[in-house]
Design a protein around this ligand. Sequence first.
Ligand code: PLP
Length: 439
Amino acid sequence: MLSLSTDRSLPRVPRLTTALPGPRARTVIERDRAVTSPSYTRGYPLVAARGEGCMLEDVDGNVFLDLTAGIAVTATGHAHPQVVQAIQEQAARLLHMSGTDFYYEPMADLAESLAARAPFPVVAGAPRARVFFSNSGAESNEGALKLARYYTGRQQVVAFLGAFHGRTFGAMSLTGSKAVQRKGFGPLVPGISHIPYGTHAALDHLEQRLFATVLPPEEVAAIVVEPIQGEGGYIVPEDGFHARIRQICDRHGILMVVDEVQAGMGRTGRLFAIEHWGVEPDIITLAKGIASGLPLGAILARPHLMSWPPGSHATTFGGNPVACAAANATLVLLEAGLIENAQRMGSLLQAGLAELAVRFARISPPRGKGLMVAVDLLDKNGQPDRELRDHLVDCAFYKGLLLLGCGKAAIRFCPPLVIDADQIRTALDLLRQLAEEVF
Ligand code: PLP
């Protein structure tokens, strides 16, 4: 029997029983801080111990409502029983054998499923996509960049300001999000030009200025774009933006690479976010939600594009059997109702946030699709207010609500896709209380 809900024993509303952070949490934080890399960006002091659905318990027994899903990852909720069972059964059977050199069934199953669902043109008698498995979003984008250069024989790439594609050299070079993510790490991968995201004006600039002056389009291998910009602030592009990128790519033999690492796997109410615009890319990259929390990434490409020969690209761990088993279980759950739930709960969330925006001038109207939603926090002049955002996210923690920021001054809402109407109402109620206290 398929169960979409994962809540079993934790309360379904926040329950705080100690001051935060509690005594155990304080000890863990102290130990962790002494020995882990200072490059991590921890905000509030949450020490997670156990998760069920949308609820998260810390090491002191405090229970939080989680609207972060571990940075948009636990698509099926924390520890969904069907996903856990798939992981346990696969782990007991085969932990690892490297899909680079050998075959195993969970990888073939997952590749078939993804290929059958890829939003690429249907070619009679052939799969719609070929799939390469990696371990993360950065690795998927790294591989997509290599594939685009390899297939086209071209070196230049267009990416977007505000984009986030990961932290390895290729992915970091595509990223245009924050200076701290690049500063001190150069030289980066050459040949990547960034233009503003989401507007026709930016594409005019690309076509009329850059292509005509410094960037011959016949030297461009790919345009790499997020369907909705994630870390950049959950920015939904103007109507026709993606369709126009498709046209530009077609006109000049450029590959359209769509980074669905954050927006994909059902989060926006479609399996792939680009489906909202009816645009068929050439390459799609995935990670985050694909395996509900196990490390897995994927590159989906139209079949003829994967022309690279044996040995040209590979990885020891990518497509690990346990991660693939988790992803196979995740896909079943997404299609059994979670994608649809993301649509319905997303509408409810946006409606509630819109009411808050009417009531509180410091909250912008919401934007987003499905359960990829954000609002900006504004200063008295209506300008983005980063400090206020950080303060609100912090205060929410002390009320038992887990939130994350993104962009300049946005709060993003990217809960597990199992969230229900009561939990959305609880979150909105807590936000209203916070707004009354903070503004
Ligand atoms: N691409 C997008 C759109 C992302 O949001 C992220 C991470 O936030 C990445 C790529 C990088 O993924 P990872 O952190 O798994 O390398």
